[in-house]
Write a protein that binds this ligand. Structure first.
Ligand SMILES: Cc1cc2nc3c(=O)[nH]c(=O)nc-3n(C[C@H](O)[C@H](O)[C@H](O)COP(=O)(O)O)c2cc1C
Length: 437
């Protein structure tokens, strides 16, 4: 089975840009078109009303579960093996208490910061996720649009379904490209050049995927190569027509950033996924990081770093930051929760580099805790995918509004008026029993 087995079969069933909507616009039957437009407007109002009822990430997750066929929901929601790291990434935050100051003036909260050398309205960024078109037909453009509206950095995955040039053209906001060091270093160098030309501000090099994690939910549903969808999975697709019909009627779905590599062969999505899967190189090492840092010569974070030693080595190899991450519990099950590694990593690299806590963030208060432990910012994956599936760009917009409100409210309740003054004394680890003065 190829590295990208679980992604590959999904290309065959993924939703695509709706031709139906375009055909409707061009229809000569004006009254019919008006009815359909009315229907569309009604649909949008329906989505907005539903979104209003979502009070937090957990609500958006439930909405996504209702809207998506089960195999697709499980592809977002699941993790590797027994999903121990997946669960712990989030629950580890509960181990930290916030220790508030009182009677500080919190009438004005300063939240601006810099990540990857770019200004960010508050300390959150959106992690790279592949195959986003499977969850909504506007895919990465919807997510990046919401991020830009909120003044946040968006990262586009190599495995994304939107060309990096198209994304850069659509949004002037700060953007990062998630890159791999492929067997064909020429392909990686090509990405570096394209990102520079398109105006990307930073690169995130993912290093926690020398081999695919064992995602058993995908095996159970039959999301394998070749696809072996069970009767139950097929039934779930049939029961979710609002997802499945656009998937069947839309245009071609592919890995937009690499498809040119095999277009000449005209061999279809399976061959494309096989090609990309075959490019993953389990032999890469620090010299390759040094090479990439030289090639790019700009803000570069190593994504998947877990230990202080590797964080130090990342910076010594030319990176400007690290993303503490276990790939949202999708790779090495049993890896520590990112939040538990922040303090040691920050101590190892000093004040200057970006230290981004990636994974498990489900509340604005989690971000305050991560900052207090030494993070520059946090990064989210699943929360925005749930929101995207639940309601497209308005869904992601709603999620970011909720998280920001939670973040600012937590800052006020903790008596901290400026993120620059969030410090170690504002957080206490119950498990260690460390009591601050
Ligand atoms: C559906 C899905 C696809 C992902 N695809 C990628 C990817 O292509 N590249 C990558 O570096 N990380 C990928 N990730 C990991 C995220 O970048 C991020 O590390 C993770 O989602 C953070 O955990 P959280 O989901 O708890 O926020 C993916 C995660 C999910 C859920």
């Amino acid at each position: 089975m190829s590295f990208l087995a679980s992604e590959a079969h999904l290309a065959l069933i993924a939703p695509q840009t709706s031709k139906v909507a375009r055909r409707t616009e061009a229809s000569p039957f004006a009254s019919q078109a008006a009815v359909l437009r009315g229907h569309q407007a009604g649909k949008i109002i329906g989505i907005m009303t539903r979104l209003e009822r979502a009070n937090n990430v957990a609500d958006l997750r439930l909405m996504a579960r209702r809207r998506l066929p089960r195999p697709i929901f499980d592809y977002i929601d699941g993790g590797a093996d027994d999903e121990v790291s997946l669960r712990r990434n989030a629950t580890a935050f509960a181990q930290y208490e916030l220790v508030p100051d009182v009677l500080n003036d919190v009438s004005n909260i300063r939240t601006e910061t810099r990540i990857f050398g770019q200004s960010s309205r508050w300390p959150l960024m959106l992690s790279p996720t592949g195959l986003t078109r499977m969850f909504h037909d506007r895919a990465e453009l919807a997510v990046a649009g919401a991020a830009a509206r909120h003044g946040l950095l968006y990262s586009l995955s190599t495995m994304g379904t939107t060309r990096l040039e198209d994304l850069a053209q659509a949004f002037a906001g700060p953007k990062v490209f998630q890159i791999y060091i492929f067997k064909d270093r020429g392909l990686t160098a090509e990405f570096v050049a394209r990102c520079r030309d398109a105006g990307f501000h930073g690169l995130a090099l993912t290093v926690d995927t020398p081999v695919a994690g064992n995602r058993e939910r995908d095996r159970v549903s039959g999301l394998s190569l070749p696809p072996k969808l069970t009767l139950r999975s097929l039934l779930s697709f049939a029961l979710h027509p609002s997802w499945s019909l656009p998937a069947l009627t839309g245009s071609k779905f592919d890995l937009a950033n690499v498809s040119h590599k095999i277009d000449a062969l005209a061999s279809g999505p399976m061959s494309l996924f096989n090609y990309v899967g075959s490019q993953f190189d389990p032999s890469i090492g620090w010299r390759d990081v040094e090479w990439l840092a030289r090639e790019w010569n700009g803000p570069l974070a190593i994504k998947g770093v877990m230990t202080p030693d590797d964080a130090r080595r990342s910076i010594a190899s030319g990176a400007t930051g690290v993303m503490i991450s276990n790939h949202g519990g999708r790779q090495l099950d049993g890896a520590p929760a990112p939040v538990d590694q922040i303090e040691a990593v920050r101590n190892a690299v000093g004040d200057e580099p970006d230290v981004i806590c990636d994974g498990g963030i489900r509340r604005g208060s989690d971000i305050v805790k991560a900052l207090a432990l030494g993070a520059t910012a946090c990064s989210i994956g699943r929360p925005y995918l749930y929101a995207l599936a639940a309601g497209g760009q308005p869904g992601v917009d709603h999620l970011l509004t909720l998280l920001r409100e939670e973040f600012v409210r937590t800052m006020m309740l903790a008596g901290i008026s400026d993120i620059a003054s969030v410090s170690r004394r504002h957080v206490r680890n119950r498990a260690r029993g460390a009591v601050q003065p």
